[in-house]
Design a protein around this ligand. Structure first.
Ligand SMILES: Nc1nc(=O)c2c([nH]1)NC[C@@H]1CN(c3ccc(C(=O)N[C@@H](CCC(=O)O)C(=O)O)cc3)C=[N+]21
Ligand SMILES: [Mg+2]
Length: 299
């Protein structure tokens, strides 16, 4: 069997960020507007700090302004809500992202619902969730959006294909299922209670792995020629006391069978960040009623 084609998220996201940069310069020169992204992190988790720094670095590379708010882990919920109210009203801020998970004493849903829906670049506010489910125009969650861009780039039309989404989170699984339905796939959403998961996966032309369990989806579950999008980013122990990143798919097995597959790292992860920047540009364009392609529904 020939090896699957690798869907290169690093290269794809670099191209996307170049397009975003060009558009940011255009609206800066033409309209004196600089898209601004505010990233809020509560707590000292080192991995989260790395992500937040990465998001701000990429935003700056694209010519956007970024505002970083790092709050102590014991920040009272009402302080966070007050910060969000300020960002909602700040004309320099077009996108707001509150890094999840939040400390346990904070109600994440309350925080998500405090963000102005038109600045909710994660697409987690019920208003955006509803727009996606009902086929309207809102902001689409970054990981599903990036995954869909790679699928469309590799496959063209998805119409009539069988897709399985393994995982039903609000962040990835559910919005991904809605996007696949919108693209005219026949969609199965599998989860921890699904009977015969290997059998369900074997029926699928498109596999979206979003469970958060390292290498859970085995190579011999994959239908020959299928397209596999591995959303999992799991840090596991490696030789010599080190760690390494693996996806939710057994890559070594799946690459022998699939038609195409995203690697981890270098697949969905960098697309998520590029789509966050794209959503910030989209939000800025809509807030200022700029007639640029990014202000219009994607696809
Ligand atoms: N409100 C909110 N929105 C998020 O989008 C969000 C969040 N909270 N909390 C944490 C997760 C995680 N996340 C990642 C983004 C990019 C990479 C990424 O670029 N990964 C690189 C590798 C990075 C590494 O080496 O650790 C890659 O896959 O190639 C990973 C993880 C966004 N998240
Ligand atoms: Mg479950």
């Amino acid at each position: 069997m020939t090896q699957a084609k690798l869907i290169d998220g690093n290269a794809f996201s670099a191209g996307l960020r170049d397009e975003i940069t060009a558009r940011v310069h255009e609206i800066r020169d033409g309209h004196r507007i600089t898209p601004g992204l505010a990233v809020v992190l509560v707590g000292e988790d080192p991995a989260s700090q790395v992500y937040v720094r990465n998001k701000n670095k990429r935003a700056a590379e694209c010519g956007m302004t970024s505002f970083e708010h790092i709050l102590p882990a014991d920040t009272p919920e009402r302080h966070l809500l007050t910060l969000i109210e300020g960002l909602n009203d700040d004309p320099m801020v077009h996108g707001i992202l509150v890094q999840l998970p939040l400390p346990r004493h904070i109600d994440s849903q309350k925080v998500i619902e405090a963000i102005r829906p038109d600045k909710d670049v994660d697409g987690f506010h019920p208003w955006n969730v509803g727009k996606l489910a009902a086929g309207g125009v809102g902001l689409i969650p970054c990981t599903p959006l990036g995954s869909m861009m790679m699928l469309r780039d590799h496959l063209g039309s998805l119409a009539g294909m069988k897709a399985i989404v393994v995982g039903r989170s609000n962040i990835v699984g559910k919005p991904m299922a809605h996007l696949l339905i919108r693209e005219n796939c026949t969609v199965t959403v599998a989860h921890s209670q699904t009977r015969d998961l290997p059998g369900e996966v074997r029926a699928a032309d498109i596999v979206i792995a979003a469970v958060g369990k390292p290498e859970m989806i085995k190579g011999d579950w994959i239908k020959p020629g299928a397209t596999v999008i591995d959303v999992g980013i799991n840090r596991v122990a490696a030789e010599g006391g080190k760690t390494r990143l693996v996806g939710d798919v057994d890559f070594a097995g799946a690459v022998q069978v699939a038609g195409a597959i995203t690697p981890v790292p270098g697949g969905v992860g960098p697309m998520t960040i590029a789509c966050l920047l794209r959503n910030t540009l989209t939000a800025a364009a809509r807030l200022h009623r700029l007639d640029i392609p990014e202000a219009h529904p994607w696809n």
